[in-house]
Design a protein around this ligand. Structure first.
Ligand code: COA
Ligand code: AMP
Length: 636
C-alpha cells in the first residue's frame, strides 16, 4: 500500500483492529458517563457481543447539558432554515436545552418512562429535533417515520413499535403542495392494532387540523402550560446497551426492519467521527442536508454535531426550486458552514438546472472546506463536476442504516487520502472489510464479490432488530459465518480502496432513499387484475434509479391496460407513499423467465437501461424479451 504517507489513517485503522477495546475505550473518554463500562466489549452478550456493557449514560446529557455546563450555552446549537416557509429559527444550546426539558416533562406527564416507544411522524422543523432529544433525555425510544411514507407504512411501524405516544404535526411542506399529516396519521392509527394512548400535534401556521377528542393534544398549549408551571425533566440514566432509537428501513419483504441503535456505542462512534472523519471542530457550523427520517439525518443533523458541540443546520427545502439551484450555496454562505453532507442525487439535480455553475459564484463559499456525499454510489461525473465547481475535496462515503455511521470513508481529520473517483475510499476504524465469493472465500484484488465485515462490528452498529433477534441473525450473520453481510457487492483495489457497486438483494436506491422492490411487488400483486409482476430499478439521470413495474394481467381481464397501469401507480403512492417515486407500470403478455421459473430481472434491467445484453441460455421463451423491449419502447 502506498496511499497513506501523509495520513495517520493506516496506524489508526490497524490499531482499531488489533486492539479494539483499547481503541474504543480511549474514544469513550470523550463521552460523559454516569457509570463506566464493566468491559469495553463483552463478546458473550448479544448476537456478536456488546459495547460498553454495564455503563450508564444519557445521550441528551452528552448532546446538550454538558455543553451548557461548560460554557457553550450561548452558542447556537441549531439553525433551522426553511425556504418553504420563508423562516429562519436559531436556538442556542441553552434555549434548546430548555425546549427539550419542557417537552420531556410533558411526555412524562403522559406516563412515558424509560423503554417506552414514541413515534415521531414529523416534518423538518426544530420541534422534531427537540422531540428526539426529549425522548433520549427520559430514556424513551424514539422511532422517526419519514414524512414521505403513506398511512399503511406508518401503521406497520406503529404495530411493530407499539408506541405509548405519537408526536406529529398538521403538515409537511413540499414545493407547491402541503402534505396534510393529520389524515395520514388518523388512517394509520385506524389501521393499526396497537394505537397509542395519545398524540401530540404541532399545529403549523400553513395548515390547521382538527384534534381527535380524548386522543390528540395541541403541542403549543402543552408547552406553554409546562413552561408556566416551570416543569422540567432530568436526564434519566440508561444502560449504554439500552436502545436510543428504532429506525425502520426496507427489508426484502414488505415488512420493514426495525434497526435498533444503542446509547453508548452510538455516542462514542459519532463523537469520534465528527473530528476524525469529518474534520469539524466544536463551535463550527456543520450542515447535513438530509431528512431526520433517514439514518444520515439521525446521526448528522441531530446527534453527531450536538454531541460534538457544533452548530447544526436543519434545512426544510430542496436543492433546486426552493427557489433555485443556488439554494445550497446561499445556506452555506449565510451561516458559514464548514462542511456540507448530502446525497449525490442532490448534486445531479443542481447540475441539471445549473450546468455551468453560475449560482456558485454568487455566494461566499470561502468557509466551506469539504463536501461529503453518501446514500448511494457517487458516480464519478457528478463527483468531478462538484470538485470543479466547489474547489474543495469531495468525499464519498459508504453507509447503511444498520451501521449508523460510515463503513468506508476518507478521514479528513486524520489526513486526507488521495480521492479515487467511484470509491468511498477505505474502511473506517473497527471495520475489517472483506470481499468474498459465495463460499465465504476472499476473492482476488479487483474482483467483484459480496462485501462482508468481520465481526465484531464497531460501536454504533445495530445490536439487533427490534424484538426480532432471529430475523437479525438470518438477515446479516448466517450466510457468511463470522461476518456481517452488507448485501452490497463490489471490490477492493491494490491500495485497499473499496468500490461499492450495488446491492445483491432487491433493495434499490431512489434519490438516495432505500426502497424494496419486493415490497412494491406485494402492492402490485394486490391489484385484483394483476396475475404476476416484477419491479426493478432502472437508471435515472437525477435519482440514480427509479422503480419500474412490469405487470401480467389475469386471464380474462378486458379492462384497458393503461387504466390498470394508472391504478397500480396510484396504489403504490397510496400504500407506500410518494417517496417510492413509482411512476412507470408497463403491461406485458408474460414475464421473461428461466426454464426453472426465475424472472430474468438482470436482463430486463439491461434492456430497460439501453445496455448491451445477451440472450440467457436458460431462457424459457426468447420471444418474451422482445415483448419487453417493445413494451418499453411504446412507453417511451
Ligand atoms: N413528505 C412528503 N412527501 C415527500 C417528502 C416528505 N418528507 N419527501 C419527498 N416527498 C415526495 C416528493 O414531493 C415527491 O412527490 P411527487 O411525486 O408528488 O413529486 C416524491 O416524494 C418523490 O420525492 P423525491 O424522490 O425526493 O423527488 P423530488 O423530485 O421531490 O426531489 C431531489 C428530488 C433529488 C431534489 C431530492 O430527492 C433530494 O434532495 N434528495 C436528497 C436525498 C437525501 O437527502 N437523501 C438522504 C441520504 S443522504
Ligand atoms: P441506507 O440504509 O438507506 O443508508 O442505504 C444503504 C445502502 O445505500 C447501502 O447498502 C448501499 O447500497 C447504498 N449506499 C449508501 N452509501 C453509498 C455509497 N457511498 N456508495 C455506494 N452505495 C452506497
Amino acid at each position: 500500500m502506498n496511499i497513506h504517507e501523509n495520513s495517520r489513517y493506516r496506524e489508526v485503522h490497524a490499531r482499531s483492529l488489533a486492539d479494539p477495546e483499547g481503541f474504543w475505550g480511549e474514544a469513550a473518554r470523550e463521552i460523559d458517563w454516569i457509570k463506566p463500562a464493566d468491559k469495553v466489549f463483552d463478546a458473550s452478550l448479544g448476537l456478536y457481543g456488546r459495547w460498553f456493557a454495564g455503563a450508564q449514560v444519557n445521550t441528551c446529557y452528552n448532546a446538550l447539558d454538558r455543553h451548557v455546563e461548560r460554557g457553550r450555552g450561548d452558542q447556537l446549537a441549531l439553525i433551522h432554515d426553511s425556504p418553504l416557509t420563508g423562516t429562519v429559527t436559531k436556538l442556542t444550546y441553552a434555549q434548546l436545552l430548555q425546549e427539550v426539558t419542557t417537552l420531556a416533562a410533558v411526555m412524562q406527564d403522559f406516563g412515558v418512562v424509560k423503554g417506552d416507544r414514541v413515534i415521531l411522524y414529523m416534518p423538518m422543523v426544530p420541534e422534531a429535533m427537540v422531540a428526539m432529544l426529549a425522548c433520549a433525555r427520559i430514556g424513551a425510544v424514539h422511532s422517526v417515520v419519514f414524512g414521505g411514507f403513506a398511512s399503511k407504512e406508518l401503521a406497520t411501524r406503529i404495530d411493530d413499535a407499539k408506541p405509548k405516544l405519537i408526536l406529529s404535526a398538521s403538515c409537511g411542506i413540499e414545493p407547491g403542495r402541503i402534505v396534510k399529516y393529520k389524515p395520514l396519521l388518523d388512517d394509520a392509527i385506524a389501521l393499526s392494532s396497537a394505537p397509542p394512548q395519545a398524540c401530540i400535534i404541532l399545529a403549523r401556521p400553513q395548515q390547521a387540523c382538527d384534534l381527535t377528542p380524548g386522543r390528540d393534544h395541541d403541542w403549543a398549549s402543552l408547552r406553554e402550560a409546562a413552561l408556566a408551571a416551570g416543569k422540567t425533566a432530568d436526564c434519566v440514566a440508561v444502560e449504554a446497551t439500552d436502545p436510543l432509537y428504532i429506525l425502520y428501513t426496507s427489508g426484502t419483504t414488505g415488512k420493514p426492519k426495525g434497526v435498533v441503535r444503542d446509547n453508548g456505542g452510538h455516542l462514542v462512534a459519532l463523537k469520534w467521527t465528527m473530528e476524525n472523519l469529518y474534520g469539524v471542530k466544536p463551535g463550527e457550523v456543520w450542515w447535513c442536508a438530509s431528512d431526520i427520517g433517514w439514518v444520515v439525518g439521525h446521526s448528522y443533523i441531530i446527534y453527531g454535531p450536538l454531541i460534538h458541540g457544533a452548530t447544526s443546520i436543519m434545512y426544510e427545502g430542496k436543492p433546486v426550486g426552493t427557489p433555485d439551484a443556488g439554494a445550497f450555496w446561499r445556506v452555506i454562505a449565510d451561516y458559514g458552514a464548514v462542511a456540507l453532507f448530502t446525497a449525490p442525487t442532490a448534486f445531479r439535480a443542481i447540475r441539471k438546472e445549473d450546468p455551468d455553475g453560475t449560482f456558485f459564484g454568487k455566494y461566499d463559499l470561502s468557509k466551506l472546506r469539504t463536501l461529503f456525499l453518501a446514500g448511494e454510489r457517487a458516480d464519478p461525473p457528478t463527483v468531478e463536476w462538484a470538485e470543479q465547481m466547489l474547489h474543495v475535496p469531495v468525499i464519498d462515503h459508504w453507509w447503511q442504516t444498520e451501521t449508523g455511521w460510515c463503513i468506508a470513508g476518507n478521514p479528513v481529520g486524520l489526513g486526507l487520502l488521495p480521492v479515487k473517483h467511484g470509491s468511498p475510499t477505505v474502511p473506517m476504524p473497527g471495520y475489517d472489510i472483506k470481499v468474498v465469493d459465495e463460499g465465504s472465500h476472499p476473492v482476488p484484488v479487483g474482483t467483484m464479490g459480496s462485501i462482508v465485515i468481520k465481526l465484531p462490528l464497531p460501536p454504533g452498529n445495530l445490536p439487533t432488530l427490534w424484538q426480532q433477534d432471529e430475523r437479525c441473525r438470518e438477515s446479516y450473520f448466517i450466510d457468511y459465518p463470522g461476518y456481517y453481510k452488507t448485501s452490497d457487492a463490489g471490490y477492493m483495489d491494490e491500495d485497499g480502496y473499496v468500490f461499492v457497486m450495488g446491492r445483491t438483494d432487491d433493495i434499490i436506491n431512489v434519490a438516495g432513499h432505500r426502497l424494496s422492490t419486493g415490497g412494491m411487488e406485494e402492492i402490485l400483486a394486490s391489484h385484483p387484475d394483476v396475475a404476476e409482476c416484477a419491479v426493478l430499478g432502472i437508471n435515472d439521470s437525477i435519482k440514480g434509479e427509479v422503480p419500474c413495474g412490469f405487470l401480467v394481467l389475469k386471464a380474462g381481464v378486458t379492462r384497458d391496460a393503461a387504466t390498470i397501469e394508472k391504478e397500480v401507480v396510484k396504489l403504490v403512492r397510496d400504500k407506500l407513499g410518494p417517496v417510492a417515486a413509482f411512476k412507470l407500470a408497463i403491461t406485458v403478455g408474460r414475464l421473461p423467465k428461466t426454464r426453472s421459473g426465475k424472472i430474468l430481472r438482470g436482463t430486463i434491467k439491461k434492456i430497460a437501461d439501453g445496455e448491451e445484453w445477451a440472450m440467457p441460455a436458460t431462457i424459457e421463451d426468447p420471444k418474451a424479451l422482445d415483448e419487453i423491449s417493445d413494451a418499453l419502447k411504446s412507453h417511451g
